[in-house]
Write a protein that binds this ligand. Structure first.
Ligand SMILES: Cc1ncc(COP(=O)(O)O)c(C=O)c1O
Length: 349
């Protein structure tokens, strides 16, 4: 078996060859949730809780999508794009961060936003991420829920190219193998921080929307010769089975891109569907409780669509004894706090 250092070096070397634009200044911090541990008391069962602060990044309000955009915009630059097109729901964090990153890189940005979530109040339609999309100078194309945003984006790219412009369409949620490289690189970052802190993380917990965060992290850990089940996600968009399949496919394609000859079966991928609720973007009581607990105990912000649901799943798992006493669990705070302003009605009072 190869030494761990060798696997680290070869993953670093492969990633270093990929086109990348720096959008994040250095590793995001890892912090212990002392006050939540105290609040959970005996029900914590001796589990130690940590967060990786991917919500703390200098650009555009920060969040997980910047990791993917470092590689996607790197690819866009090599293809001489002058315009980036992103697709998403009205309150897409990926769209907002694409707009911010495009501004930083001197690229134009167009967003194809659908009414994926049936919320038509002013807060949802005008505040939160949409307000920031406008501030970052993006052109917004409003599409109905029935529209295929991906087709619209590609049609727009074709017409821009016909005018002699260079258009680059980013994948939904930034989740292509190229986008997943951002979280494969994050796996390296976690391994280095783990060594520096002297803490071995037994489980890493994340939300799963378009599955690129899970696939990228798991690909990184597999490249580092660790089990893909180190990563557990709570799906919030598709159901559990579909999310697991999408994650497995993306993970396989990302391993290929990384030139890692390992195969991972879908049964080795840990996706849990208990927190999705009635639909994508529909608030749940457990999301509201977890979000308030994090805010009131730690002064930290989860978001109502992704991280709030995933953290609720982590808390439920702790109470059910899913994590062994003495285990170190790392929750990745993926950002998305602008979405809170779109859900003002839920949180008022
Ligand atoms: C704040 C936040 N967390 C998590 C996710 C999920 O990441 P992925 O789409 O890679 O599964 C998203 C995706 O939009 C997000 O905006």
């Amino acid at each position: 078996m190869r030494q761990e250092g060798e696997a680290v070096n070869s993953l670093q070397a492969v990633i270093a060859k990929m086109p990348r634009i720096e959008l994040i200044a250095g590793p995001t911090p890892i912090e212990r949730l002392h006050r939540i541990e105290e609040a959970l008391g005996n029900s914590l069962g001796g589990v130690r809780l940590f967060v990786k602060r991917d919500d703390v990044m200098g650009l555009g309000g920060g969040g997980s999508k910047l990791r993917k955009l470092e590689f996607l915009l790197g690819d866009a630059k090599t293809k001489e794009a002058d315009t980036v097109i992103a697709v998403g729901g009205r309150q897409s964090n990926h769209a907002r961060l694409t707009a911010a990153a495009a501004a930083r890189c001197g690229l134009k940005c167009e967003l194809m936003l659908t009414q994926a979530v049936p919320r038509y109040d002013t807060d949802y339609q005008q505040s939160g991420n949409v307000l920031l999309d406008n501030l970052f100078g993006a052109t917004i194309h409003d599409l109905p829920s029935s529209a295929n945003a991906w087709d619209h984006a590609n049609a727009r790219a074709i017409s821009l190219r016909a005018e002699g412009r260079g258009a680059y369409v980013t994948p939904t949620g930034g989740s292509s193998p190229i986008g997943c490289l951002g979280y494969a690189a994050c796996a390296l970052e976690i391994v280095e921080q783990s060594r520096a802190l002297g803490i071995q993380f037994d489980r890493i917990v994340i939300p799963n929307g378009s599955s690129g965060t899970h696939a990228g992290l798991a690909a990184g850990f597999v490249a580092l010769e660790q089990a893909p089940s180190l990563v557990r996600s709570f799906c919030v968009l598709a159901n559990e089975e579909d999310s697991r399949d999408t994650t497995a496919k993306l993970l396989g394609a990302t391993l290929q891109l990384l030139d890692v000859r390992a195969s991972v079966d879908a049964t080795e991928i840990d996706v849990i569907g208990s927190e999705r609720g009635s639909a994508y973007g529909a608030p749940t009581a457990s999301m509201m409780r977890s979000l308030r607990l994090m805010a009131r105990c730690e002064g930290l912000l989860l978001d109502p669509v992704y991280s709030g649901k995933a953290f609720a799943g982590l808390l439920a798992g702790i109470c059910n004894g899913d994590y062994a006493p003495g285990h170190n669990v790392l929750f990745i705070m993926t950002g998305g706090s602008p979405g809170l302003f779109a859900y003002r009605n839920e949180f008022a009072g």
